[in-house]
Design a protein around this ligand. Structure first.
Ligand SMILES: *Cc1c(COP(=O)(O)O)cnc(C)c1O
Length: 358
């Protein structure tokens, strides 16, 4: 008997959300981002859902090999490139394009002996100060790459830190101007724009875009997922497995952080932090029982959490619970727990069954 907890993955929503990205940037090719097990949705579902994308992109080398073994023949880009020299042999064998963001990676390429030239993406640090070469080194690095026999096409990319926030300390316009100046005079395709830039910064043009969270129906910020027309691609569903009747003064769960101030019914739900539900979610975090919104009460435990059934007299053991997804945006649950939808979808643990549902 499996626990009643299941992550329903909606392939039609994945496909649909890809069309939203396409409509936002009709001229651009799409690298659909499938890192972190397709943001928790499963690589295979990502591969099928994004069959119309021009390429898939991720950071994990083993997962990239899996994509090839599952039959993906179009381009794959490794967003963080080589972690060690031996990754080059995998890139060569499986035709994986790589980002080059550091001198260490450049040195690895310089000593590579590959069966055929590898396409690379030169990453410029335009102010986020995470990965990439300083803008004033772009031409020098390009020249170094061009001189390497194992290097084929050279493309360019940078990553926006604040595409959803016009008031930030590092506006998109600043990063874009820096990038444009850095690669002026160099020839090659450009990839820009995560989900937030794709949806909000419509005037930016590039050969490729790199949407991630929006494809899974999560908001990148700057508005709700629904306001962007996105559909949830994952519904985390479980059931009530026990009911408790509380008297005024009774307390609930570890730490006894919730105290009933009137007689009330609570339900115990098969889902906890060992499944990836955020332990920080406080009393009041929204949850659906039999399609009706209520709240969690008390602390989230490892395998269970508690919900207020006061307004749901008919909901007993076996009643359907939706933790996020259809009917309850993941971003609302995330906001209540002080995080973002991205983290919740990615943090879903391997013990949660994934099941395809249209
Ligand atoms: C994760 C990632 C993306 C996608 O970001 P979203 O905000 O999920 O759309 C794009 N580009 C790079 C380099 C990334 O690491």
């Amino acid at each position: 008997m499996p626990r009643p907890l299941v992550a329903l993955i909606h392939p039609q929503a994945l496909q649909f959300n890809l069309t939203i990205a396409r409509a936002a940037r009709p001229q651009a090719k799409i690298w659909a981002i499938v890192k972190a097990n397709a943001y928790g949705h499963g690589l295979e579902q990502g591969l099928r859902g994004f069959a119309d994308a021009e390429g898939l992109s991720l950071v994990e080398w083993d997962a990239a090999v899996t994509l090839r073994e599952l039959g993906w023949r179009k381009p794959i880009m490794m967003l963080e490139g080589l972690f060690e020299f031996s990754d080059l042999a995998i890139a060569d064998q499986y035709r994986l394009q790589i980002v080059v963001h550091s001198d260490e990676q450049l040195a690895m390429l310089q000593s590579a002996h590959l069966s055929q030239p590898l396409d690379v993406h030169l990453k410029i640090n335009t102010g986020m100060n995470r990965l990439g070469f300083a803008p004033d080194r772009a031409h020098q690095i390009y020249t170094s790459l061009r001189a390497i026999p194992s290097v084929g096409n050279i493309a360019f990319l940078t990553h926006f830190a604040n595409a959803e926030n016009a008031q930030s300390a590092l506006p998109v316009e600043t990063q874009l101007a820096c990038f444009t100046q850095a690669i002026a005079g160099l020839k090659g395709e450009v990839s820009l724009s995560n989900s937030a830039a794709t949806l909000i910064q419509r005037l930016i043009t590039s050969d490729w875009i790199r949407p991630g969270v929006m494809l899974y129906g999560g908001s990148p910020g700057g508005g709700s997922a629904a306001s962007f027309g996105l559909r949830p691609a994952m519904t985390l569903q479980s059931q009530i497995t026990a009911v408790q009747n509380l008297q005024p003064g009774d307390v609930v769960g570890y730490g006894s952080t919730f105290k009933a101030d009137k007689p009330m019914r609570i339900g115990i739900v098969a889902c906890g932090y060992a499944d990836g539900y955020p332990r920080h979610a406080p009393t009041g975090t929204p949850i659906l029982v039999q399609g009706q919104q209520t709240r969690i009460v008390g602390r989230v435990s490892m395998d269970m959490l508690s919900v207020d059934l006061s307004a749901l007299p008919d909901a007993g053991v076996g009643a359907e619970v939706i933790l996020w997804g259809k009917g309850l945006p993941i971003d609302e649950v995330a906001a209540a727990a002080g995080t973002i939808g991205y983290e919740l979808m990615c943090a879903l643990t391997s013990r949660v069954r994934r099941q395809v549902q249209d």
